[in-house]
Design a binder for this molecule. Structure first.
Ligand SMILES: Cc1cc2nc3c(=O)[nH]c(=O)nc-3n(C[C@H](O)[C@H](O)[C@H](O)COP(=O)(O)O)c2cc1C
Ligand code: SF4
Ligand code: SF4
Length: 274
């Protein structure tokens, strides 16, 4: 199959999906000897235009898994803003060491519905944005070596391909199953949909970074302590605040994080599909 460009396309609130998607796309571009370009749709300003691809494009498309699926607030963006028009695609999800559940198969199905032909796929274990003790430092060297090997094999598959294959077979339920229900330490559902980050005003210097990095555009730039819109708990404001002034104190959210720390510190391995 003739490919003239590789695109790394991703939503990545705290950088793990970006790192993995760009590594896969970069290696595939190198192997295919074509240029690589990135398109980051994390911020609202990059979700205003529809991106149209074509048969000579190969798109490595990635998101994190939220509640075992593609982040639900990004699903309409995935569905509406990207037209494959015959482009090849590699769906990639990153997950915080618990499980990617139905996230990868959902992303594969959405890309196929949008006119992409999926040729490989990956579910990559990473650090969990909710906790510093769940898979810290991942993807690590071992992960990156596996990712490179996968990308090389995927590039070889593409270059040897003479016709469009069936959608790549990946792990997950089809039709896609329900969202994962977060649990607390008591084993009961932890309901924290309405939780929003708080700001320690003794630490905050009003730099405005948190407002700039919120994927929902939900932090008031004039008053960064005020969350005016929906919070998807992505942790971008928490991780990127230089003064460590942001935090969650919602008991249900903290109980879910504690449950994850009790049960999901074992090493989950990446899963690749070719
Ligand atoms: C709201 C939310 C829900 C999440 N749900 C899951 C999950 O179901 N399973 C899992 O293993 N990780 C889960 N994670 C962890 C992220 O998938 C993981 O940390 C990912 O690397 C974040 O990607 P990013 O750095 O590109 O934002 C969740 C994270 C958030 C913010
Ligand atoms: S990023 Fe941190 S220090 Fe800067 S305005 Fe936001 S809360 Fe304050
Ligand atoms: S306010 Fe919520 S949605 Fe916005 S960056 Fe912070 S955690 Fe993410």
């Amino acid at each position: 199959m003739k490919i003239t460009k590789v695109k790394a396309v991703y939503y990545s609130a705290t950088g793990n999906a970006k790192k993995v998607v760009e590594a896969i796309a970069g290696t595939m571009a190198k192997e295919l000897d074509v240029p690589m370009e990135s398109y980051d749709f994390t911020l609202p300003k990059n979700r205003t235009e529809v991106q149209v691809y074509g048969p000579e494009d190969l798109v490595v498309f990635g998101t994190p898994v939220y509640a075992g699926r593609v982040p639900n607030k990004m699903l309409p963006v995935v569905q509406g803003n990207f037209k494959g028009e015959g482009a090849l695609a590699v769906p990639v999800v990153v997950f915080g060491n618990r499980n990617f559940d139905n996230g990868l198969i959902e992303l594969r199905n959405e890309l196929e519905n949008n006119g992409f032909h999926t040729v490989a796929g990956a579910g990559i274990a990473t650090s969990h944005v909710f906790s510093d003790v769940i898979a810290p430092g991942r993807p690590d060297e071992k992960d990156m070596a596996l990712i490179e090997e996968f990308a090389k094999k995927a590039a070889r598959k593409v270059s040897e391909m003479t016709e469009i294959p069936a959608p790549i077979a990946v792990r997950g339920d089809d039709p896609v199953g329900p969202y994962y229900t977060p649990l607390g330490t008591d084993g009961k559902p932890a309901v924290f949909l309405k939780a929003k980050p708080l700001t320690n005003m003794e630490l905050c210097d009003g730099c405005g970074i948190c407002a700039q990095v919120c994927p929902m555009g939900s932090i008031n730039p004039e008053n960064c302590a005020e969350v005016t819109g929906i919070c998807i708990k992505c942790q971008a404001c928490i991780k990127k605040c230089p003064k460590k002034a942001k935090y969650f104190d919602d008991p249900a959210f903290l109980s879910h994080v504690a449950m994850l720390e009790q049960n999901y510190t074992r090493r989950a391995e990446p899963e690749m599909f070719l």
